[in-house]
Unconditional design. Structure first.
Ligand SMILES: Nc1ncnc2c1ncn2[C@@H]1O[C@H](COP(=O)(O)OP(=O)(O)OP(=O)(O)O)[C@@H](O)[C@H]1O
Ligand SMILES: [Mg+2]
Length: 259
């Protein structure tokens, strides 16, 4: 689905998704999906429960590889490379993910953020310190916890844990951060913090966020794709999709007539 570029600036495609179909066993879950995702933008996936938002998001860093019944056809390109032929560890280093429920590892705050860099072979203490502090700062968490780096991460509040998970993703120096309903377990204040953070992060990263919350999509995203029963019904600049939807189904959904 091509987007009319009203920005007067060239949009760089990070992902190109073409004619993608996906089934879990006999169940056809994604139906001929084509859309592009643009660099340094926030793209939101919205739509009713079960319409395939998380499934498409997981395709972008091949998390569906882990599901044996999952069959995918069509093309996924990441920076012009065929995702299916990429080394999956490299792909997931470039394309990080933050999940619905904050899932810090049961270890210190410091070790959570240092975990990925250590796994990729960085052992130098000064270098690790630099990555950990820088990532915590980028995730807007450092000032709150700088005296607690050795404390167990499970002692943080839910909102802090989610920002820690974002710091953990950032520590791998990704290009893209995928977020699957990152604020659905958080209170309104913690949610606002994450939304502000997303706005800052898009200067350095490309972000794709699944959200059930349409206000959140309008607050944080530049582009929105509306999913219904495995199809992308409409994809456009967020402002345009919400203020001037071109399809009746989109209009019905955003005005709360179903879903
Ligand atoms: N591992 C799986 N095995 C079989 N079916 C699955 C699997 N994961 C998801 N599904 C099915 O695929 C469809 C799409 O699921 P998906 O999780 O992508 O929806 P979603 O849009 O993210 O919904 P929600 O808003 O509730 O998170 C649903 O019908 C779901 O039951
Ligand atoms: Mg989901």
């Amino acid at each position: 689905m091509e987007i009319l570029n009203r920005e007067n600036k060239e949009l760089i495609k990070v992902f190109e998704i073409k004619n993608v179909n996906l089934s879990y066993g006999e169940k056809h879950v994604l139906k001929d999906i084509s859309l592009d995702i643009y660099k340094n933008k926030v793209t939101a996936f919205i739509g009713p429960s079960g319409c395939g938002k998380s499934t498409l998001l997981r395709c972008l860093n091949r998390m569906n590889d882990l599901i044996s019944t999952c069959k995918v056809t069509g093309d996924f390109k990441y920076n012009n490379q065929d995702i299916m032929n990429m080394n999956v560890v490299d792909l997931r280093t470039r394309v990080g993910m933050v999940f619905q429920n904050p899932n810090p590892f049961p270890m210190s705050i410091y070790d959570n953020v240092a975990y990925g860099p250590r796994c990729s072979g960085i052992k130098n203490k000064a270098k690790l310190d630099e990555i950990v502090i820088d990532s915590l700062k980028k995730a807007s968490l450092y000032d709150e916890i700088k005296d607690r780096l050795k404390d167990n991460a499970l002692g943080l509040s839910g909102g802090q844990q989610q920002r820690l998970c974002i710091a953990r993703a950032i520590a791998m120096k990704p290009d893209v951060i995928l977020m699957d309903e990152p604020t659905s377990a958080l209170d309104p204040i913690a949610t606002l913090k994450i939304e502000e953070l997303i706005q800052e992060l898009k200067n350095d990263y490309t972000i794709v966020i699944v959200t059930h919350n349409m206000q959140q999509a309008t607050r944080v995203s530049d582009y929105t794709a509306f999913f219904l029963l495995g199809e992308v019904i409409e994809y456009d600049q967020t402002h345009e999709l919400f203020s001037n939807p071109k399809k009746k189904k989109t209009e019905d959904y955003i005005t709360g007539r179903f879903g």
